[in-house]
Design a binder for this molecule. Structure first.
Ligand code: NAG
Ligand code: NAG
Ligand code: NAG
Ligand code: NAG
Ligand code: NAG
Ligand code: NAG
Ligand code: NAG
Ligand code: NAG
Ligand code: NAG
Ligand code: NAG
Ligand code: NAG
Ligand code: NAG
Length: 814
């Protein structure tokens, strides 16, 4: 809720004695709230701490005019969850001028009774949880000055402005000055927006972030009173014309971040003399900023130009902006050598991000920091060609976020770094650090998130922050595994632990698995860990990712893994596990990536379920509970989110990385899309038919069953897995013909059925014939293109058993 102007002062509060009918209406307000922690609804009076023995005009959130009529009602931030319908007494406060229901959980469709409150000048329903179409009745509130309907953009359907559209909603609201519609689906182009709002040139605030606005960014040049313009998080494109901005002499806040704007940033924008905050990050602005020496607004406090394509010399004019508190120029292509000694001019700077440019920061290890040096709270200098720990950091006692990753820092991690009480995020990954400076006493660190990966740390890793929730010690830390783990086992807050790629050896201590109560991510892949996986996963296991790939682990998959109901990624590939299919996973509905590749698994991949009387089949496929693999009607396919763990706050996310063998290639997936689902059980000794339940996994993208001992035919249900991108059934003992339905798989880009006992013609389709011969070779009797063997007479059907004969191919239970 940044950047909203305080307009409360426009109301003169002269409270009279409360009228009894007004008091009655207040008591009739049949609203209550239930906070997540309590199951009991609390009546509104208690939520608001209304003392009934007092005059109702003095009640919290209530304001009256001189005649004792309620003219203002502020019920914001109360967790009210009971629905409001049109008969609510709320709509009988005829004198009401200001109504605030912001930040509640109404969760119903938008009530239509607001038009009865015809004297309303201030209506704030932001983040109140109302859903659906904004009703046309609002357009009758002709006295409205302030309208705030902002919402969380949860989905495109949560709150929308279609019928009525923006034009119909506002056309009669001629007094409107402050308009906030953030997060509402408006789906207009910039030009439509401007046309609809043209009569409202007196607008002071226009805030429409995340509204699905598109097309070229319009000109607001006639909105001379505009103080705040927020059009961030849309799809606006085109360039910003310098003339559009020169006359807007009252503009204080401009937010156009996260759009598709391009071209250069016109100097006139920086030159608006009232400008205090400018957000242009995450666009495609290019070119250089030019020499703005003496031309930029001296009031600028916030300047965010990050994640564009700006280039040229570092914009030195920023050192003239003495009021700067936040400067973010990260992820551009600026170059130059920046001496830290230039910063004392920016006394108020607390938040600086210069990461990922082509800058070299000159910050000597010797302690330079004159008294006027900025006091940083967040400092990000990733990839800034630093060669040592900057000495000025020693005096930065307010620092809470420090990123020095991806530099050329050699030597030891200085011990003073652990003494800063406020520091909660420390990222010194991808440097050349070799150890920890001793002594390490008097450590009072409150670090939660510590990323040391990609260094060359050796020897004893000290017992580090006991509040830590996130520890990344991966890639080349050669510590003594056992000693390190034992020191970590007391960290009851730990949620992410990454020790991958470290050549650590020895058995995994039991206590690590007992930590699954707090751990969401445990990544031990690419080590030399041996022994068995201890069967001590907690009943309240919260693991979402367990990655043990590429170790020397033996024995069985622990039964207690079934406790981990939130598991999404399980990778135990490339070990020496000797077990049957891990049926303890069958109740884990969230599972989306399962890698058992290259172990000694054997037996059928069915899991026995409740006895099925129908036809007396013994093997039932109970994996139908894997919901993540099945179509979800609520899911918005177009939203490509990455699978990541982000429970521990601070906006920091852990990105799972797995190695997946798909399309015959071993691929490192650093970002797993949430829609990515895959099963890789190749290189084992699984036998029996391919179970029918696979036919339900319509979300599957990759399936690798190669190098096992599967028998039976290729089930025709594969033809229904319309998302399937990669199917590898090679090197098994599959018989019969390739079902003609397989020709339906339009997305399939990799298919391998070679080295089986398949016969008959390869079904003709545009898809199957695009694969190479290698996909089909070494079978008993396959023929037709792309193979060179032509098909003769139709073969006898003896090798093509019907579905029902292959055991469990039909899942009768569903
Ligand atoms: C309500 O107000 C009365 C009169 O001012 C006061 O005596 C009483 O303590 C108050 N009750 C609560 C629960 O605050
Ligand atoms: C609405 O406002 C007008 C003008 O301020 C006033 O005359 C009228 O009495 C108000 N109506 C109510 C019901 O308060
Ligand atoms: C609406 O109310 C919320 C909560 O009180 C506040 O943060 C926000 O600034 C208000 N909006 C306007 C436009 O006053
Ligand atoms: C900026 O990008 C535009 C295309 O969007 C291109 O035409 C122009 O040459 C680029 N300018 C610079 C300085 O790179
Ligand atoms: C720096 O911040 C202080 C306190 O907020 C303020 O009084 C002062 O004017 C600011 N300095 C500049 C140059 O804006
Ligand atoms: C960065 O700028 C240099 C020239 O200053 C140019 O050669 C290079 O291509 C630019 N890089 C990107 C990613 O735009
Ligand atoms: C990094 O700094 C070194 C000297 O410390 C310098 O030689 C080198 O050119 C710098 N690299 C870049 C990309 O600026
Ligand atoms: C630390 O920085 C690296 C690279 O600069 C980044 O990949 C990683 O995600 C960061 N770690 C955390 C915990 O944010
Ligand atoms: C890993 O660290 C060791 C020193 O501990 C170093 O000799 C080796 O080169 C490092 N490996 C890589 C790939 O950086
Ligand atoms: C493993 O660590 C080494 C450094 O020792 C690094 O070069 C390599 O990229 C890492 N591999 C993976 C897959 O992270
Ligand atoms: C872990 O905690 C136990 C008891 O709380 C304590 O005895 C033990 O020394 C601690 N271990 C480490 C390595 O801190
Ligand atoms: C798995 O779920 C079934 C019902 O869906 C239930 O009967 C069974 O007890 C569950 N098994 C485990 C190990 O939780």
């Amino acid at each position: 809720m940044e950047g909203k102007f305080n307009v409360i002062s426009s109301l003169v509060l002269v409270s009279g004695q409360c009228q009894s009918d007004q008091r009655q209406l207040l008591l009739e307000l049949n609203l209550s709230g239930s906070f997540r922690s309590t199951t009991f609804a609390t009546p509104l009076g208690r939520l608001m701490k209304w003392n009934q023995t007092k005059d109702c005009c003095s009640w919290e959130g209530v304001s009256c005019d001189a005649g004792g009529h309620v003219i203002g009602l502020d019920l914001s931030i109360r967790g009210i969850s009971s629905p409001i319908d049109d008969s609510s007494s709320l709509f009988r406060f005829q004198h009401l001028q200001r109504l605030n229901l912001a930040f509640n959980w109404f969760k119903t469709s938008f009530p239509t009774g607001f038009d009865k409150l015809e004297n309303l000048s201030y209506l704030n329903l932001s983040y109140s949880g109302f859903k659906g179409q904004i009703p046309v009745e609002i357009s009758r509130l002709t006295r409205l000055v302030t309208l705030d309907f902002s919402a969380f953009p949860i989905s495109k359907t949560s709150l929308k402005l279609e019928k009525p559209n923006l034009d119909m909603l506002v056309q009669n609201l001629t007094r409107l000055r402050f308009l906030y519609l953030d997060g509402i689906t408006i789906s207009a182009t910039g030009n439509e927006l401007c046309r609809d709002l043209l009569p409202f040139t007196k607008l002071q605030v226009l805030s429409m972030s995340d509204c699905y606005l598109s097309g070229p960014i319009p000109s607001f040049s006639s909105f001379k009173n505009l103080r705040e313009l927020n059009l961030g998080d849309n799809q606006l494109s085109g360039t910003i014309h310098s003339t559009d901005w020169s006359g807007l002499s009252k503009l204080e806040i401009v937010d156009l971040s996260n759009n598709k704007l391009s071209g250069t940033i016109p100097p006139t924008l920086f030159g608006i003399q009232s400008l205090r905050r400018l957000f242009l990050s995450q666009n495609q602005f290019n070119g250089s900023i030019g020499d703005l020496h003496g031309k930029a607004s001296s009031l600028l406090g916030t300047l965010d130009l990050s994640s564009n394509k700006l280039q040229g010399q570092f914009p030195m004019f920023v050192f003239e902006l003495h009021g700067l508190t936040l400067l973010d120029l990260s992820s551009n292509n600026f170059s130059g050598l920046i001496p830290m000694s230039a910063f004392p001019n920016l006394r108020n700077l607390s938040d600086l991000d210069l990461s990922y440019n082509r800058l070299s920061i000159d910050a000597p290890a010797t302690n330079i920091s004159p008294p006027s040096f900025p006091t940083f709270t967040a400092l990000e200098l990733a990839s800034c060609n630093l060669t040592e720990f900057p000495g000025f950091l020693k005096n930065q006692y307010s620092l809470n976020y420090l990123d020095l990753s991806n530099n050329q820092i050699h030597g030891e991690i200085p011990n003073w770094i652990w003494k800063s009480i406020n520091l909660w995020y420390l990222n010194i990954s991808q440097n050349f650090l070799v150890g920890f400076e001793r002594p390490m006493k008097n450590i009072n660190s409150g670090i939660w998130i510590l990323d040391l990966h990609g260094n060359q740390l050796q020897g004893q890793v000290p017992i580090l922050p006991s509040y830590a929730t996130y520890l990344d010690y991966s890639d080349n830390i050669s510590a003594l595994f056992y000693q390190l783990i034992l020191s970590l086992c007391n960290h009851t807050n730990l949620q992410v632990l990454d020790l991958s790629n470290n050549s650590m050896s020895g058995p995994i201590p039991q206590c690590l698995f007992q930590m699954s109560r707090s751990l969401g991510v445990l990544n031990l892949r690419r080590n030399n860990l041996s022994g068995i996986i201890s069967d001590t996963l907690s009943k309240s296991c919260r693991l979402q990712t367990l990655n043990l790939n590429q170790n020397l682990l033996e024995g069985k998959v622990p039964k207690s893994l079934g406790n981990c109901k939130m598991l999404e990624v399980l990778d135990i590939g490339n070990n020496q596990i000797n077990d049957s299919f891990p049926c303890q996973l069958k109740n884990i509905t969230m599972l989306r990536v399962l890698v058992l590749r290259s172990n000694n698994f054997n037996g059928h991949i069915d899991c026995p379920g409740t006895p099925n009387n129908f036809r007396g089949k013994l093997h039932l496929t109970c994996l139908g509970t894997w919901k993540a693999m099945q179509p979800n009607p609520d899911k918005n396919q177009s939203e490509l989110k990455h699978l990541q763990f982000e429970d521990f706050g601070g906006g920091v996310k852990y990105q799972d990385a797995i190695t997946i063998t798909i399309k015959g290639l071993e691929l490192e997936l650093v970002k797993i899309l949430t829609m990515f689902t895959s099963i890789d059980i190749s290189y084992n000794n699984f036998e029996g038919p391919i179970p029918g339940v696979i036919g339900k996994f319509k979300e599957l993208l990759g399936l690798n069953f190669s190098r096992n001992a599967f028998t039976g035919s290729i089930p025709s249900f594969f033809g229904k897995l319309q998302q399937l991108d990669s199917l590898d059934l090679s090197s098994n003992s599959l018989r019969g013909e390739i079902p003609f339905r397989l020709a339906n798989l339009n997305f399939l880009s990799f298919l391998n059925v070679s080295i089986n006992k398949l016969v008959g013609p390869i079904p003709t389709s545009t898809q199957l014939q695009t694969f190479s011969e290698a996909s089909f070779e070494n079978n008993t009797g396959l023929c037709g293109p792309p193979l060179k063997t032509a098909c003769g007479l139709p073969s006898a059907k003896e090798d093509s058993p019907s579905d029902s004969e292959t055991g469990s191919i039909i899942d009768w239970n569903h």
